[in-house]
Design a protein around this ligand. Sequence first.
Ligand code: HOZ
Length: 429
Amino acid sequence: MNNNSKLLLQAQKIIPGGVNSPVRAFGSVSGVPRFIHEAKDAHVWDEEQVQYIDYIGSWGTAIVGHAHPEVVDAVCHAAQNGLSFGAPTADEICIAEMIQQIMPSMEKIRLVSSGTEATMSAIRLARGFTGRDNIIKFEGCYHGHSDSLLVKAGSGLLTFGHPSSAGVPKDLSRHTIVLPYNNVAALEQLFAQQGDSIACVIVEPIAGNMNMIPASNEFVQALRSLTDKYGSILIYDEIMTGFRVALGGAQSIHGITPDLTTVGKVIGGGMPVAAFGGRADIMECISPLGNVYQAGTLSGNPVCVAAGLKTLEIIQRDGFYRLLSARTQELSEGLCKLAREAGLPFSSRHIGGMFGFYFITGLPECYEDIQKADLQLFKQFFHAMLARGVLFAPSAFEAGFVSAAHSPEIIADTLSLAAEAFTEISREI
Ligand code: HOZ
């Protein structure tokens, strides 16, 4: 029995499913999760000392590559001054100002420690500001694990086939209205019927939790105009897409100014930092200015903020997104070409440093489409690549991430290993 298998057995005795976040359990692809003990640049190493090219990138946080020396230095320096103060700091002003400069729609910002906290707080704020209870979310979008949002959600819920969580009171979930993604007619109809009761619409503007599915231009225009018309708050959940699909996130690509935005992952550079922010008049309803309560002992933690600040500085250097996008494009288009040459049903898309691939003919546009992807082929490909030292997310419903440390040589190596994997799979079907 190898070290990963031994650790899984040990972990399962004390941690439910052996993991601290469900998708990591390899539940939908079978096999033994790799227990990672080291990560550097574009690689991770497991407890067997096996090296993998990593396309999970800590689910999008590792945009500058793992253990970037400047980020590690910033963290060490901050740690020497104390790990947590539970008091305001100068650096949390710097990071809020930097985020605001990059995403001007975030006129005022509050830092929290996880994406779940950011979306949960943004929803509470929208309800407090409007005095309305109902919210709209879209099928397959995942916005963290707070109660209101665990209805027909993506990510682990989609991966494990339980799209709505148990344990959410019906009295609460009846306030969450779920609509199909990219469906303007359904949105218009709902607003026409009960627009005056809608506190907010929360959307992943490029959904990364049902693999990668971008909102159409028509859809985002409708979101903005209907929320404006009915006085509802538009929340762009950019926890995955912020600073990832472009420096200014999906809103900079769409040319949309949301009322509130949630960000995370990249702004922590691998440490637990997230934030929500937006229109000043809305944000000023938060305690201590207003009566919408929100708080956290570790909010704005100085060590985490140091990692985030340095990461935000690095990604603003000349040419960062040009290179990141070029590498991601090479990977995504290369995979497509090779899979098709092997005669497999396959498609892929990419924006900035984020990509999705699907064992399906044609590109999926919504939750219903992505559920038609061939999960068996995904599983075979996942394991064929894992055996060759390439780690993709262990789910057909999660997006992939490229970092600045993925050199042209690493992308080329990945593609030549993928060519072997596709040929192997095509022989088996
Ligand atoms: N919910 C995350 C992906 N969309 C997975 C988080 C993790 O396992 O770390």
